[in-house]
Design a protein around this ligand. Structure first.
Ligand SMILES: [Zn+2]
Length: 131
């Protein structure tokens, strides 16, 4: 009975967001497990990821999806590390880089809107510790 009282909209948004991270987690795990298999790994101890601020990934949801995904694989005891990468833009007026404060990339020096994103979209496996 209690479960039916959940606000539907919120529930749907959460489910929708989570589906996004499940797909990403599956891609990451496929990559990790393939890589480990090629090196004849018996166990994966640590998976380190680089996640850009602009990658659109919710870290908590991704972590949860990964923890579920590694069950019954050689990565089941792996420590999952996430390195957050701050966004970096380039201002063509100042000819300088800056870290945007917001999702609108305004140069803090001159106020020009930057369209050049140098960093922050990363979503990759940076390290894998295996035996
Ligand atoms: Zn500028």
């Amino acid at each position: 009975m209690g479960a039916q009282k959940k606000p539907r909209l919120e529930h749907n948004i959460l489910s929708f967001r989570f589906v996004h991270e499940i797909g990403i987690a599956q891609d990451i795990l496929a990559q990790v497990l393939n890589g480990a298999e090629k090196q004849n790994a018996r166990s994966i101890h640590r998976i380190k990821l680089r996640i850009g601020d602009l990658s659109g990934v919710a870290e908590d949801a991704l972590r949860f999806a990964l923890e579920v995904g590694v069950r019954d694989t050689i990565a089941q005891d792996a420590i999952i590390c996430m390195e957050q990468i701050k966004a970096l833009c380039y201002c063509s007026t100042c000819e300088e880089t800056f870290e945007p404060e917001d999702i609108i990339f305004l140069c803090p020096h001159c106020g020009t809107l930057s369209s050049k994103i140098l960093r922050g979209r990363e979503l990759e496996v940076s390290e894998l510790e295996i035996t």
